[in-house]
Design a protein around this ligand. Structure first.
Ligand SMILES: Cc1ncc(COP(=O)(O)O)c(C=O)c1O
Ligand SMILES: [Zn+2]
Length: 430
């Protein structure tokens, strides 16, 4: 169990919970401990009372058919039967994220020598990152718990998503970020909320502070702290969508960025659930994790062949992935090892190259997290860890306009000229 989770054990009450209504969490049955399997009733809990392990949602799924899902809305609520949300979830104001494009990436595939490559482009979500998915599920839980404040510690994108979703739902938001965060990510939160708090410290310091506040203040739902079990389930929808968009099939290989590691573990959980529900055929698939070298505690442990994830002090341009003490790191290691995948990391220069490569081959402008994922994909092929003959999906989790500075010095005008044809001809671009 990670130290981060241990610190979250205090303050398990995000709301006054005068009573949770019938069906508040749909087909979810209980909260179960990922370490010891101990089960507790669904409620505002996130750490096991027996062993302090992290809790996750367990379900009693009814029969769910492809047709029912396909008849649903073109957002994550088409999978509401598989999420801890009520059946009337679509009635509450929310951002309606999801059902983003799965693009066949022929040019990037050709460039990297991969026969069949897809990009799952989550930069087109309402606040331009996959975080809108997790926040939508967290908002539902916070609402059911009658929380009065919707909050988060964030590396940037989560703060954007929480601030926007809270504004739309009419719930007070307070979002905490490291003070050295990229300016566009700060503005993208501050525009939605009066309560953006910039903390002098790194993400891990901000996370610690959030845990402390959650322990002290009544009625605060910190989406990734004390409602984390509900929040995390939102990432499953990435896995469901990929399978549905491939024609109800699982890919052979998938590359996913890793910060806390939550997203990677939940995409795997989604694939497993689809198999169990008979919605896709069972088949082997490999899961790969992507980190930036300046914050690579999980890939370092992977390469060392150990389960011990040593917390690091992040130093990378991939700020959205800059979590030095990843809560789900150990589960990422398990999944990548069990499925025959790997965890790899790349330098900041390779992150920049990854951003430009995806942009120039597929017309997709990704942020540093996506640059990391594309750069790691390239490295995995070159090092022979990823099989270029197998169908591969790479997830783009966020938008490049939020991290312009990362590439501002690498790209720019090819020439600056006077407005004359002769001057243009001189550039050699004609
Ligand atoms: C754009 C982007 N991609 C990926 C991640 C990683 O998410 P996780 O913490 O679930 O590993 C984050 C986390 O903040 C992010 O902002
Ligand atoms: Zn336990």
């Amino acid at each position: 169990m990670s130290a981060v989770i241990a610190e979250h054990v205090t303050g398990t009450t995000p709301g006054s919970t005068p009573g949770i209504r019938e069906g508040a969490f749909g087909n979810a049955r209980a909260l179960t401990c990922r370490e010891c399997g101990h089960e507790v009733e669904l409620g505002p809990h996130y750490a096991c009372m027996e062993c302090f392990g992290p809790l996750e949602i367990a379900y009693d799924f009814p029969v769910v058919t492809r047709e029912e899902i396909e008849a649903g809305p073109r957002n994550i609520w088409r999978y509401k039967a598989l999420l801890p949300v009520p059946t009337d979830i679509e009635q509450s104001p929310n951002m309606e994220p999801g059902f983003t494009r799965l693009l066949r990436a022929r040019n990037l595939g050709r460039e990297l020598g991969i026969e069949t490559l897809w990009v799952k482009d989550d930069s087109t979500n309402p606040t331009n990152s996959f975080k809108d998915r997790v926040v939508a599920c967290a908002l539902s839980a916070a609402t059911e718990f009658h929380s009065k404040v919707f909050a988060c510690p964030s590396t940037g994108n989560l703060a954007n998503a929480v601030a926007a979703a809270g504004a739309r739902a009419g719930i007070k938001t307070v979002v905490f970020i490291p003070s050295n965060l990229e300016k566009p990510k700060q503005v993208n939160s501050a525009v939605f909320t009066e309560s953006l708090v910039a903390v002098n410290g790194n993400y891990d310091d901000v996370n610690k502070l959030a845990s402390e506040i959650a322990g002290e203040e009544d009625g605060w739902a910190f989406v990734n702290v004390n409602v984390r079990p509900y929040y995390a389930e939102g990432s499953k929808t990435l896995g469901y969508e990929i399978a549905e968009q491939l024609g109800w099939r699982l890919p052979d290989q998938i590359v996913i960025p890793v910060a806390s590691g939550s997203q990677l573990t939940k995409v795997h959980k989604a694939f497993q659930e689809l198999v169990k529900l008979g919605l896709v055929e069972d088949k082997p698939y490999k899961v790969f994790g992507a980190q930036a070298e300046g914050c690579s505690p999980v890939s370092t442990a992977y390469k060392a062949g150990t389960d011990a994830i040593r917390p690091v002090k992040p130093d990378t341009i991939a700020k959205s992935l800059a979590i030095g003490n990843p809560a789900d790191g150990i589960y990422v290691l398990d999944i990548c090892r069990e499925t025959g995948g790997a965890v790899e990391d790349i330098t900041d220069d390779e992150v920049r190259d990854g951003i430009v490569l995806l942009a120039r081959t597929e017309g997709i402008f990704t942020e540093t997290a996506g640059g990391t994922t594309v750069g790691v994909l390239k490295k995995l092929v070159e090092s022979g860890q990823l099989d270029p003959t197998l169908e591969t999906v790479v997830i783009n989790t966020g938008h490049g306009l939020k991290t312009l500075d990362a590439v501002a010095d690498s790209v720019g005008p090819a020439a600056t000229i006077d407005p004359s044809y002769a001057a243009f001809v001189k550039t050699g671009l004609a």
